[in-house]
Design a protein around this ligand. Structure first.
Ligand SMILES: Nc1ncnc2c1ncn2[C@@H]1O[C@H](COP(=O)(O)OP(=O)(O)OP(=O)(O)O)[C@@H](O)[C@H]1O
Ligand SMILES: [Mg+2]
Length: 253
């Protein structure tokens, strides 16, 4: 059977920097895959290849067995690939609710701002509100993001990425900047979404939470695939530990 997502041999270079060299991995339905590795390892670059922002010199990407490399970003979004950004960038002049309604527009049109004016806006708002509820931030629905603490903005970023009802939700460091208690709570929310059927790729440096909630791990180091498998088996490998030398391994509860 086909994997939900399969990346074959991605090789990406930026000028003289080899960001990825011959990287292959897969994601199965309802997986919560942790994508980890030191700074500059190529994690964001690899996910941008999946979404269509980056192009690879070699290889290809398949979604449920269909080749999608070559398709523009908006078509991949329509097929159900959604990615949140490493830095939170909500529209500051829109409420939490409208930020999610706007993001949902990508589902319908190449001009997402149109969703703010269309007749079905009540339905869109209801869907957006349900998403804010699932992320535990419905109390902020009518508030503006500029007044909100980071914990809320991180959850808003996830809600925005989920607005298109994605087949694959890719989250780039959703726990970064949160204290351990907040990180734990958001990781619990992500785990719940996954248990409700959301397939997910989680780029994250917080290894304690990665260990706790991910079903599989893929490790990159210096643009190469270093290891993949169950969290326990991967993090017990000495070359994975070495890649993190000098870094605090947040693996023990
Ligand atoms: N648009 C770009 N132009 C030039 N170089 C880039 C670009 N994007 C990434 N790189 C380089 O490619 C390498 C991989 O970067 P990438 O952002 O994918 O790493 P990362 O694993 O996401 O790191 P971090 O954990 O710090 O976010 C780095 O050397 C980075 O400087
Ligand atoms: Mg990154």
């Amino acid at each position: 059977m086909n994997h939900l997502l399969q990346v074959h041999s991605a090789t990406i270079q930026f000028g003289g920097v080899k960001a990825l060299q011959d990287v292959s991995f897969h994601l199965d339905q309802e997986d919560l895959l942790g994508l980890i590795g030191p700074n500059g390892a190529g994690k964001t670059t690899l996910m941008r290849y999946v979404t269509g922002i980056n192009d690879s010199k070699t290889g290809h990407v398949e979604l449920s067995g269909l080749k999608i490399s070559g398709l523009p970003v908006y078509q991949r979004v329509k097929l159900g690939i959604s990615m949140s950004q490493q830095l939170v960038r909500p529209f500051k002049s829109m409420s939490f609710l409208d930020n999610v309604v706007f993001a949902a527009g990508y589902h319908k049109t190449e001009k997402p701002w149109k969703t703010l004016f269309i007749k079905s806006r009540i339905q869109e708002k209801q869907r957006a509100l349900t998403l804010l509820e699932r992320l535990g931030i419905a109390d902020m629905a009518m508030e503006m993001p500029e007044k909100a603490p980071l914990g809320y903005l991180k959850r808003l970023e996830v809600a925005r990425a989920m607005a298109i009802d994605p087949k694959i939700l890719i989250l780039d460091e959703p726990l970064a900047g949160l204290n351990q208690r907040e990180a734990e709570k958001l990781a619990d929310t992500l785990s719940q979404l996954n248990q409700q059927g959301q397939s997910m790729i989680l780029i994250e440096h917080n290894l304690r939470e990665v260990m706790r909630i991910c079903s599989r791990l893929v490790v990159l180091d210096n643009g190469r695939l270093l290891a993949e498998g169950s969290p326990k088996s991967v993090l017990s490998q000495s070359h994975v530990q070495e890649a993190y030398l000098g870094k605090e391994l947040h693996v023990n509860p």
